[in-house]
Design a protein around this ligand. Structure first.
Ligand code: G3P
Ligand code: CA
Length: 307
């Protein structure tokens, strides 16, 4: 009798497993269907996972300096992430904050500096206090790079994930950005899909870009608290102008990942620096991650593939 009961439960488990697999296959099928218009070789393909060097390899070098971007490349990230601010005389520069005081030896707003004045600031020495063990003497005196300098340094072989920061402070930011991209040939349709991605927390900024350059893929950044939910209606609205969503990984749940993917949107959580979090998010099926440590993310990806 015991043996019959055991056999019954084994068959029951196999049956339930089969149903589970079938459902999973159907879900994956739906998801791939939503992206059927995207070339599988594109950086935007849901079959391609992307490693985004957040502010460069900013765990190892002062954020948004050429040093940080170089380290990001050396650590085999797919994208250089750049936050944009704008100087008084209209130059786009890479800096996260609209105020220079956290990451340079200056004080005040970027918008009140000319480029020449901004270039006098030391954007590297502060890193010693944050990460003394990764500090290198060459960081002292690093300058704030312009977007053009970054393009001149890393050229067309690199991929750029650019954020319009506080665009409400800079009415000309979007125009200047699009003009700069055009002048470097980054809006050329022969380039791989996703070579340039533009992200913003500002929906208005993304809509302005979408109007001027509808082929540039956009990522809507969201700041959500831990209990937040995204409705299907909200996701459908975002889908009208954006290719995907960038979201604080701490606010993300497995169900939210599922809903975002089902809506046909990519999902790139930020800023993930712990390997356990990276593993969990990979298992949930996210399409890429922002990290200060691209080498850690590559290790997690490689380990997963070798299992
Ligand atoms: O762009 C994704 C992520 O970088 C957003 O956060 O504040 O680091 O720009 P933040
Ligand atoms: Ca950013």
């Amino acid at each position: 009798m015991m043996r019959y009961i055991q056999t019954f439960f084994i068959f029951l488990l196999l049956f339930l497993n089969l149903i589970g697999c079938k459902q999973q296959e159907e879900q994956i099928g739906d998801y791939l269907e939503a992206f059927s218009h995207v070339d599988a070789h594109s950086l935007l393909s849901p079959l391609r996972f992307v490693n985004i060097a957040h502010r460069g390899g900013s765990g190892y070098a002062p954020e948004h300096t050429i040093f940080a971007y170089e380290i990001g490349e050396q650590l085999n990230s797919d994208y250089i992430e750049i936050d944009l601010q704008m100087t008084k005389d209209g130059h786009l520069v890479a800096m996260h904050d609209s105020d220079v005081s956290r990451t340079t030896n200056g004080v005040g707003k970027v918008k009140d500096y000319t480029l020449e004045e901004l270039k006098q600031l030391d954007a590297g020495s502060w890193f010693y206090d944050k990460h003394p063990h990764y500090f290198q003497a060459e960081f002292i005196g690093a300058t704030v790079p312009t977007l053009e300098e970054i393009f001149n340094t890393f050229g067309q072989h690199a991929n750029y994930y650019i954020e319009t920061k506080t665009p409400e402070m800079y009415p000309d930011m979007v125009h200047t950005l699009i003009e700069t991209l055009e002048s470097y040939g980054f809006t050329d349709p022969v380039l791989p899909d996703g070579k340039i991605i533009i992200q913003s927390f500002s929906k208005d900024s993304l809509l302005e870009i979408h109007k001027l350059a509808p082929d540039i893929p956009l990522i809507q950044l969201l700041k959500l608290d831990k209990k937040a939910k995204l409705s299907k209606n909200e996701l459908d609205k975002i889908k009208t102008y954006a290719t995907g969503i960038g979201i604080n990984y701490k606010a993300l749940t497995k169900n939210m990942v599922h809903d975002i993917l089902q809506a046909g949107l990519l999902i790139h959580p930020y800023t993930v620096n712990d390997k356990k979090d990276m593993e969990r998010l990979l298992n949930w099926g996210v399409d890429g991650m922002f990290t200060d440590y691209p080498d850690r993310l590559n290790e997690v990806i490689n380990n997963k593939h070798h299992k």
